[in-house]
Design a binder for this molecule. Structure first.
Ligand SMILES: NC(=O)c1ccc[n+]([C@@H]2O[C@H](COP(=O)([O-])OP(=O)(O)OC[C@H]3O[C@@H](n4cnc5c(N)ncnc54)[C@H](OP(=O)(O)O)[C@@H]3O)[C@@H](O)[C@H]2O)c1
Length: 214
């Protein structure tokens, strides 16, 4: 698959690492072109056989997946700006819409989720899949915590779209778990807020994972 990642921060690095491990092509786009170039160089050193591209502009055409590795408000702006250029791709929403002013809740109102807001902004027919919001960036580099593969919870209304994101996770050595329709993103976002808020209290150092064990 061609996996376009918008953003060049910690999660872009983590998801690109997973995608390259799975043999996928990665295309990086960032508003700071030099930052995307630096990340591309870093990824090429870590994965010399990987197919890593970088684009200087809005270049999402032909992408199988477009991953929004951006803060929630920036992701919404990108979806609006890219518009119909997203047609044919699956939009992967990884964000945690935390209210960073208070760190006491989310900026989305109860009864919805960032993922559903992004889906409302997206052009008709572009599916949104919530994924990777519960996996901390640094854990994606190894793909494992305590010797166990990371769980990647997937919520979405489009089965093919979820299947493509599940393939990304599984081919990169992670365990995809389909938890239902896009509205389950509400719980995934709340769940991860709890995980984030507990980091300091439980001295987890942003290296923990949420995992379902049978
Ligand atoms: N970090 C984690 O462990 C983690 C885990 C799960 C989910 N997430 C979610 O993943 C997303 C990315 O997080 P991150 O940790 O990768 O953040 P990050 O390291 O700060 O990277 C954010 C990226 O977004 C870009 N950006 C910021 N504001 C922008 C704007 N207004 N318009 C366009 N681009 C903008 C930044 O570009 P510049 O460099 O040009 O500013 C940077 O490339 C967030 O939604 C976060 O909630 C994070």
């Amino acid at each position: 698959m061609l996996v376009t990642i918008v953003g060049a921060g910690a999660m872009a690095r983590g998801i690109a690492t997973v995608a390259l491990a799975g043999g996928h092509t990665v295309r990086l786009i960032d508003r700071t072109v030099s930052k995307a170039a630096l990340l591309a160089d870093e990824l090429r050193q870590a994965a010399p056989d990987g197919d890593i591209r970088q684009s200087d502009a809005i270049a999402v055409e032909n992408a199988d997946l477009v991953v929004l590795a951006l803060p929630y408000p920036a992701g919404r702006a990108v979806v609006t700006d890219y518009g119909t250029a997203l047609t044919g791709s699956v939009l992967v929403d990884i964000c945690n819409p935390v209210d960073f002013a208070t760190f006491d809740g989310l900026v989305v109102p109860p009864g919805t989720s960032a993922a559903e807001q992004l889906a409302a902004d997206a052009p008709p027919g572009v599916p949104v899949v919530k994924a990777f919001n519960t996996t901390f960036a640094r854990t994606l580099l190894e793909g494992r915590v305590a010797g166990k593969p990371l769980d990647v919870f997937l919520a979405g209304d489009d089965e093919d779209g979820k299947g493509a994101v599940a393939d990304l996770a599984a081919s990169g050595g992670l365990r995809p778990l389909d938890v239902g329709p896009l509205r389950r993103a509400r719980e995934l976002e709340g769940f991860q807020f709890l995980h984030m808020a507990a980091q300091e209290r439980l001295a987890l150092n942003w290296s923990s994972a949420i995992k379902i064990l049978p």
